[in-house]
Design a protein around this ligand. Sequence first.
Ligand code: 3PG
Length: 427
Amino acid sequence: MGLFESRCGLSRLYRQEIIQSTMPTETIPRISKRTLDQLPVQGKKVLVRVDYNVPLSPEGKVTDDTRVRETLPTLEYLLNKGAAVILCAHLGRPKGKPVAQYSLKPAAACLESLIHKSIQMAPDCVGPAVQAIAKNLKPGQILLLENLRFHPEEEANDSAFAKSLASLADYFVQDAFGAVHRAHASTTGVPELLPSAAGLLLAKEIYFLSHAIQNPQRPFVAILGGAKVSDKIEVIESLIEKVDTLLVGGAMAYTFAKAQGISVGKSRVENDKIDLALSLLEKAKKRGIQFLLPIDRVIVQNVDPNAKAEITPSTTIPEGWEGVDIGPKTVQLFQKQLLNAKTIVWNGPMGIFEMPAFAKGTFAIAEFVAEATKKGATTIVGGGDSVAAVKQAGLGNQLSHVSTGGGASLEYLEGKDLPGIAALPNV
Ligand code: 3PG
């Protein structure tokens, strides 16, 4: 008995050690790109591209720290492995010049408060002063470089600029999912010069998005909204080939309605996209998928937070009125599809959700997507507005994956090869 106990104890201890030493790699999603666990980073300097393009208050405080918070697993992983971490990022569009309002100092303060470690802030991202600071950086320390876009060479993917950045480190980790649709020096230039890998956030994003697109569990339902059909043409075209059901809300639904000969009052319509809308409807029909548009709407005479809203009992909107949200019958119609789904991808709000009176449809969708997640569906939301809606509804942690990329997640769903991902070595 004693022997048995000690054996059990030993094996438990042994198992625990194994689990501890392999846990980080076990939790790294397997993707077709090299991931950071495959770099021998101990005692080395690692340049990490992060997306700290975060919203700031007029006083210069980070108002939504999601993008910073989401980089913590990668940073903690690298620090625990004994690396020194050099972070590089962009903020805003300063057009190649230093602009104080686009300094990354607020992001440094934000990271410091989240990681409980002091962060050194470099005065620039390249140049002799930065070289000297980076050279003295010790394992376990973090240095944040100043905004890459203070130099026009970043967006021009200038090779000398990429070389200066690469010279700061031994390895490169790409963790800026939100920026991988850009072919810039820090996304495509540097990985050509240093042994590179995807960080944990990037791996997670690729894992969720690629599974949804390549081998979704069915029924696969996509919900698309937002203002314009023109912004979503490619994603609709790509998703028509993959989903079982497409639910369309938001202002772009009026262009589809008009294409079907339905009067939409003075709702926002892209008249030059009517033919395109028709051809997309035709395509969906040929593929045999459900393409569901709103069957009732919330309408107003003038868009104003206090405007008196009415509900049209049908798809038709009277003259002088415009649609601002999906109506209750549409909410029910979409609910049925969402609660039956096994995979859901959502991009774009259902109405002008920034105005509380017209947010019901969008928030209802957020609730159903969260409910579907509880029932076992894989649910992914991407795109600035729908992510903001999910967070406002307090449901950010109840979905399988909330993407940190706006344009990047849309381009991924469009089936494009994103340059910052393509630049990383395959495994
Ligand atoms: C984003 O906010 O979507 C990314 O940080 C990319 O920013 P950009 O559109 O200015 O390149």
